[in-house]
Design a binder for this molecule. Structure first.
Ligand SMILES: *Cc1c(COP(=O)(O)O)cnc(C)c1O
Length: 360
């Protein structure tokens, strides 16, 4: 067996320890005689798995009691519709467009009401986060929406926008559990888990209880109502059971590592190794305004498409895989999520140095 250094943006690297444990439990989960995959989601054994996963997530993020944690399906993209369907009481919401995922959410919201673009960084290919300290926000918007870490472009809000008292809704798919957050500043925090937490198929929604109401837009399908999932503790129908089990293992791993403050330090340390190299390199350079750089997704280019392709090819052969940038931006992108060891980043930088020398 040989494992590569996987820099994929998602689905992405998971802690090896978690994968080994899951492998050990594959055929017989703790004496049950079956895999978690084969188990009723209504069984006592599974109930413990999902309850423990929720509690561990609550502990890690310090989630206040007046927030519900929902384990749903449909990916982050389904939330682009579910959020307006459940929260757009005035049929008006503000969107800050900092990348493709924010733009898709903004476009989807237009199906349901008036989505107002409060700010955008599209003028410079989403390479920065706009100043959101004093936005012009209409009084009657139901919420202000952000994508907190822009997976494709590699930017991250270092400060949350001033929503002027309006509910903040954040897509945190690619920075979920990468650092501590103050949950009470948000109305909704959600993300697909396949970036920084677990296998594709699970989306976690952390939502303040007063936002969960019967009062959804007409025609909202039952499955797309937060209330039905909240009232049934994410077991209204069959949840993505195996995926939740793996997420639970990752939560335990994060707790063992020391929690989110420790993860933040580790992530800062890893990102610094890569950014410091990019800042002095004569061949490679980062594409993002330094103050808005993401700790999770690091895009970079050589400035020469052929050389980019050569780099990706040689890196792959050397065991550094999935470094090709998103198809819409080109170049390279190294996603260095929680589960990417520091050693992986150090070795990548050493490889980049060597490539630079050989291609000077
Ligand atoms: C990947 C990603 C999405 C889309 O996730 P799906 O689960 O594929 O729908 C949305 N937002 C962000 C920030 C992402 O990184």
């Amino acid at each position: 067996m040989s494992r590569v250094y996987n820099f994929s943006a998602g689905p992405a690297v998971l802690p090896e320890e978690v994968l080994r444990e899951a492998a050990d439990e594959m055929l017989d989960y703790r004496g049950s005689g079956m895999s978690v995959m084969e188990m009723s989601h209504r069984s006592k054994t599974y109930d413990r798995i999902i309850k423990e996963a929720e509690q561990d997530l609550r502990d890690l993020m310090n989630i206040p009691d007046n927030y519900k944690v929902l384990f749903l399906q449909g990916g982050a993209s389904q939330q682009f519709a579910m959020i307006p369907m459940n929260l757009m009481k005035n049929r008006k919401a503000g969107y800050i467009v900092t990348g493709q995922w924010a733009k898709k959410a903004y476009q989807e919201a237009q199906i349901y009401g008036e989505a107002i673009k409060l700010a955008s960084s599209e003028d410079k290919t989403f390479s920065y986060i706009p100043d959101c300290s004093d936005l012009d926000i209409p009084e009657d918007v139901d919420y202000v929406y952000i994508c907190e870490n822009n997976t494709i472009y590699g930017t991250k809000y270092k400060e949350l926008p001033n929503t002027k008292g309006h509910t903040l809704v954040a897509d945190v798919s690619s920075c979920f559990l990468s650092e501590p957050v103050d949950v009470s500043r948000y109305g909704v925090i959600y993300g697909g888990v396949q970036k920084n937490i677990g296998p594709a198929g699970v989306v976690i929604v952390i939502i303040r209880e007063d936002l969960i109401t019967e009062d959804t837009l007409p025609g909202t399908p039952t499955m797309l109502k937060y209330k039905i999932h909240a009232d049934n503790d994410s077991l209204y129908n069959t949840p993505p059971a195996y995926g939740i089990y793996i997420c639970g293992k990752v939560f335990q791993w994060l707790k063992k590592m020391g929690g989110l403050s420790v993860m933040k330090e580790r992530n800062e340390e890893k990102a610094k190794i890569l950014y410091d190299f990019l800042d002095q390199s004569k061949l490679f350079h980062g594409t993002v305004v330094p103050k808005d750089r993401s700790l999770m997704n690091v895009p970079f280019v050589t400035g020469n498409e052929e050389l980019d392709a050569k780099f990706v090819k040689e890196a792959t052969a050397a065991g550094f895989v999935n470094l090709k940038g998103h198809r819409t931006v080109g170049g390279m992108r190294a996603s260095i999520y929680n589960a990417m060891p520091k050693e992986g980043v150090e070795k990548l930088v050493a490889f980049m140095k060597k490539f630079e020398e050989e291609n000077a």
